[in-house]
Design a protein around this ligand. Structure first.
Ligand code: GLP
Length: 268
C-alpha cells in the first residue's frame, strides 16, 4: 500500500484528481469506480476544473458507482444517483450510456445486483476504484461482518452509518436502512484502488484499516491484501498512524526515485 499524507482536504482532493486524470490520460476508455459521501466531493470539483481548463476528456470513460440507497428514486436529492449527476456527471462530457449506478428503487433488487456484476464484467472490470471510508471501517456499504468475498447485494446499514448519514437528510426525514453495494469481492477485483480520507474523525478507523489485522470487522482492512492500493489522507486523518514517519519518508524516497528513475547496482 502506498500511503500518501498531505496537508489538508484541498491537497487530498487535488492529488486524487491528478491520479484519476493521469489514468484517463493513459487509458481514455478507463473503467472508473466511483464513490459518494463528502470525501470525494473535492476530487470531483477538481476533475471538473481539469476537464474545463485542461481538456480532460471523459467521452470514452465508463463509470460504476459503489452503492445506492434502497427505496430512493434517482431524482431524490439524497440518492447517490442525484449526488453523482449534481457533483460530477452534469459538468463533464461523460456519456450517459456509460454511467452505471446500482438501482435502489426496483422491485427485484437481487436481479438488479446480479445484472450489475455482469455489467462490470462485460465492460472489462474496474480499472481504478475510488473509495471513502465510513467511521465503522466500511467501504461502499460493506458494514462490519461483511463476507470478504461478497458480491453486489443488499446490506442492512448499521445504526452508526445511519446516524452519520442523517446529516445529509432533511430534519425528520427517515434515512434508508438498506443499501445496494458492490461487495468486498467485487471491489477487490478492481485493478487499482484509491482510498481517500480527511479529518480527525477518520483517524482511529484509518489506523485500524492500514495497520490493524485484516478483518471483516473493519472491511476496509481488506485493502491490505490488494496488490495496488494508493491511500491519500490528510494530516488530521493520519494522526494515529504508528508508521506515519516511515510513510512520509518512503513517499519522499519514491518521488526521488521517480525523478531519477535509476536504481543501478552499487559498486564497491
Ligand atoms: C457512505 C458511503 C461510503 C462513504 C462513507 C463515508 O456510507 N456509502 O462510500 O465512504 O459514507 O462518507 P464521508 O465521505 O461523507 O465521510
Amino acid at each position: 500500500m502506498r500511503v500518501i499524507i498531505v496537508k489538508d482536504y484541498k491537497d487530498m482532493s487535488r492529488r486524487a484528481a491528478k491520479v484519476v486524470a493521469n489514468r484517463i490520460g493513459k487509458k481514455p476508455d478507463l473503467v472508473l469506480g466511483l464513490a459518494t459521501g463528502s470525501t470525494p466531493e473535492g476530487t470531483y470539483s477538481e476533475l471538473i476544473r481539469i476537464h474545463r481548463e485542461e481538456g480532460l476528456n471523459f467521452s470514452k470513460v465508463r463509470s460504476f458507482n459503489l452503492d445506492e440507497y434502497c427505496g430512493l428514486s434517482p431524482d431524490h436529492p439524497q440518492s447517490y444517483h442525484y449526488f453523482m449527476y449534481d457533483k460530477l456527471f452534469n459538468h463533464i462530457n461523460i456519456r450517459p450510456e456509460n454511467i452505471y449506478i446500482p438501482k435502489g428503487d426496483v422491485e427485484n433488487a437481487n436481479i438488479s445486483c446480479e445484472w450489475y456484476e455482469e455489467k462490470i464484467k462485460e465492460e472489462g472490470g474496474i480499472d481504478l476504484q475510488i473509495l471513502g471510508i465510513g467511521r465503522d471501517g466500511h467501504i461502499g456499504f460493506n458494514e462490519p461482518g461483511s463476507s470478504l468475498g461478497s458480491r453486489t447485494r443488499i446490506k442492512t446499514l448499521t445504526k452508526e452509518t445511519i446516524q452519520d448519514n442523517a446529516r445529509f437528510f432533511k430534519k425528520g426525514e427517515e434515512v434508508p436502512r438498506y443499501a445496494i453495494t458492490m461487495g468486498l469481492g467485487t471491489i477487490s477485483e478492481a485493478r487499482e484502488c484509491l482510498l481517500l480520507a480527511s479529518g480527525a474523525n477518520k483517524a482511529e478507523v484509518l489506523q485500524k484499516c492500514i495497520e490493524g489485522p485484516v478483518s471483516a470487522e473493519i472491511t476496509a482492512s481488506l485493502l491490505q491484501l490488494h496488490p495496488r492500493v494508493m491511500i491519500i489522507i490528510d494530516e488530521e486523518a493520519a494522526q494515529n498512524l504508528r508508521q506515519k514517519d516511515y510513510y512520509q519518508y518512503a513517499e519522499k524516497m519514491a518521488e526521488e526515485l521517480e525523478v531519477s528513475q535509476k536504481f543501478g547496482a552499487r559498486k564497491k
